[in-house]
Design a protein around this ligand. Sequence first.
Ligand SMILES: *Cc1c(COP(=O)(O)O)cnc(C)c1O
Length: 371
Amino acid sequence: MFNETDYRPTRAIIDTTAVKHNVQRVISYLPNKTKLIAVVKSDGYGHGAVQISNAALEAGAEMLAVATPDEAITLRKHHHAVDILVMGPSPISFAKVAAEQGIMLTITSAAWVKQVNDQPQFDKKCKVHVKIDSGMGRIGVRTESELTNLTELINQSDHLSIEGTFTHFARADEKDAEPTRLQFKRFTQLVDCFPKKPRLVHASNSAATLMFPEYALDAVRFGVSLYGIAPSAAVEKKLPFVLEKAMSIETELAYVKKLPAGEQISYGGTYETEEDEWIGTLPIGYADGLKRSLEGQEVLIGGRRVPIVGTICMDQCMIKLPYEYPEGEKVILIGRQGDEEITIEEWAGRLGTIPYEIAVTFSARIPRVYR
Ligand SMILES: *Cc1c(COP(=O)(O)O)cnc(C)c1O
């Protein structure tokens, strides 16, 4: 969040209109009966869970999902009525709180259910979604007998009631559709074993939502693409509609100097000037999420690309300028300026990781400014 007392010009600008656009486009792309669950775990993939959930709900999302109990409690303080699902495991001690606060939990273990059932009566039942592991190998029941055992325990329970069931795809972002088809088949076979079909049957993450609209079922759990990020390069090539990016990272030139040839820049002297060079200093470093290994990555100034030179420091870094720019000149690390754009995907490619990891690396020291 941005405060008037944030004096450093390094900021994450969050465009909630882009989020609304992405929500509206995906809703019109999906079958009418399919609900959109906005996934806002890890503080809305670094964008701010409260602001993003406000935007998503305004644009037509009907439910929120997070990874942990604490994330659900934080959201519940801001959204009193909307359904919130915790998709990851919850401790037994959370079941009562979840029941009181109307937070839905993900259930995978009979031992968990038995221990909750042994607790004193709750005032309200806790609504749960039974997780099916159709091939992710993370959490969830894998066999019909495990599922039947679990549903019987829940159906006899005074504490819990079945609200939904879901699975999670491991490879929906790849070119090869076969692993996802197999997972969907295994999932639907197990869903058929429920004594009564749960109200919400859901499977798709962003990649599956975009690539396999036929698997939309009652709801989709739309995460990374809510923020305008394609889950992978394979999906990006086949997007059914344009995603609008919600986050940009900007700062200003803090200092500018001209160095003669043969001068070294920053720790370790990894960069040496070859001629007279204009070097700018930016007030952003690896403690903000600008990873040290991004040395050489370009930033935008005056609508053109210039490289980060020398080792990135904890709080600052240097860039090579084509000529003198005034201190205070705007610099874009992620985002668009003129005809140029630097994306989270570009950083991810350079760092050998996925855009998800980049989105959540921007630290709390970078204020989020909402537009
Ligand atoms: C994070 C997560 C999602 C959202 O995935 P995206 O690829 O970001 O859309 C959906 N379901 C589960 C279980 C998750 O953990």
